[in-house]
Design a protein around this ligand. Sequence first.
Ligand SMILES: Cc1cc2nc3c(=O)[nH]c(=O)nc-3n(C[C@H](O)[C@H](O)[C@H](O)COP(=O)(O)OP(=O)(O)OC[C@H]3O[C@@H](n4cnc5c(N)ncnc54)[C@H](O)[C@@H]3O)c2cc1C
Length: 484
Amino acid sequence: MLDLDKLRALQADALGGQPLDVLIVGGGIVGAGVARDAALRGLRAGLVEQQDLASGTSSRTSRLLHGGLRYLAQGRLGLVYEASREKRILYHIAPHLAEPLAFVFPTYRGSGWPHWKLRAGVKIYDLLCGGQNLGPSSSLTADELRRQLPQPKSQGLTGGVRYFDALTNDARLVLDTLRSASRQGALVANYTRLEEARPAGPGWQCTVRDVLAERSYEVAARCVVHAAGPWAQRLPQSSIRLRLTKGVHLVVERRRLPIADAVVMARGSRILFAIPWRERVILGTTDTDYQGPIEALRTEPADVDYILDAANDAFPSAAIDRTDVVSTWAGLRPLIAAGRGGPSDISRAHLIRCSRPGWIDVAGGKLTTYRLIAQQVVDQVIRHLGRPPVACLTARLPLLEEREVAGLSGIGPPEITEKIVEHYCREEWAVHLDDVMVRRTGWHFYYRDRRPIAEQAANWMAEILGWDQSRRDAELARWQEQVH
Ligand SMILES: Cc1cc2nc3c(=O)[nH]c(=O)nc-3n(C[C@H](O)[C@H](O)[C@H](O)COP(=O)(O)OP(=O)(O)OC[C@H]3O[C@@H](n4cnc5c(N)ncnc54)[C@H](O)[C@@H]3O)c2cc1C
């Protein structure tokens, strides 16, 4: 049996012991990337995450590693180039989490996405990948497109294009990055919130709270990297101003929409995707301003209807309705506030700002560009520490060794076994049932009939973590409350 109390006490001793070179606040993809890069460059790094690792935006994405064809249409060539390059790097360092995926984009007469423009666009897209995209783009006639897709809307169809990006598993990318960081010596503490930070001597004195053990302790660090995603404006030290936009995804059975490739569905100037995910299809996303409390974010019926309308417009004979929805998730884009414009017009570029000595705010960006963001942040940390420059290795070193990947992690959900649940508890910081059901495995999103799976997983976790019956029941209730 795992003694969690003892493990967390040891964790607190390690974090609160010798001062850190860098304390990272936030266990999303950005924080995880910074922790790994910092540890690989020999820094004493610690990371605190207030909830579960990857429980913020980084487990609520479209799961794409992409340059962003839409950003190309907006003329943001630099962003597309940067993201395209990173897409290829991730394909090399983490092939288990970067599966090449073809996208078909049908074009219609009178729409804002004319065929000639897209034909040129996908060629530029390939070029921005250094001519080495994950597959070659092509132009499709209307007949070819009809052969490619199951009964697309045919009125006004002029053809389409096909191009390549990659499918990933967002939460798994965070967890695998942190497993690697931890192997390199980074200290990782989930369910540990940064509550207060004060300048002290050459660095910062931070009060963190272990919300499981209900105890606070002090952590000293020369530098703080504040990578809090949508929460980035909460701390008084933060210089970040965000505009949060909400994005919802739905999962339906693939037999309801039997697509071989991903499909781009245009709605005015916006585009949505239908993304094949093993025997399911992910449909999304919405993009609407969000002003409510972050913790109250949820999928609303209007979000579901908007996405279903887009899917049924693209595939009228599919007639997908609310009863077809297996699961949903909603996320917040932590976009840098700048000017007005519609939610989809706001830049997805990232911002790194050293607002006070040793305090680095980082926000914005994309899952796809996290490695580059981390590299730039750690360069700044090393400069602040006055250390000689150390080469960044993350563009070359595999994320995990092959043996560490086998059977445990990937794009689809893993097998439902006790062994795998035990692995998540022992090696991947899982302490609650929803940590396993939602972030570690995605079983919650993949299976419609998930209650028996959750009960089975709860029984296994009870044995591994020593839960009694009432704790087991409380965990099932917590899982329901967190995700329904
Ligand atoms: C709907 C949607 C779809 C998207 N699709 C894609 C896509 O397909 N491809 C792509 O490249 N990008 C995509 N993105 C963008 C991408 O998801 C984000 O850029 C990225 O996940 C942001 O990561 P982050 O680490 O900054 O934030 P988060 O993942 O939110 O991490 C921040 C973490 O900080 C923690 N935290 C906050 N305050 C504290 C504190 N005081 N103490 C300790 N911890 C704290 C939070 O709990 C949170 O876990 C999408 C975003 C959305 C919303």
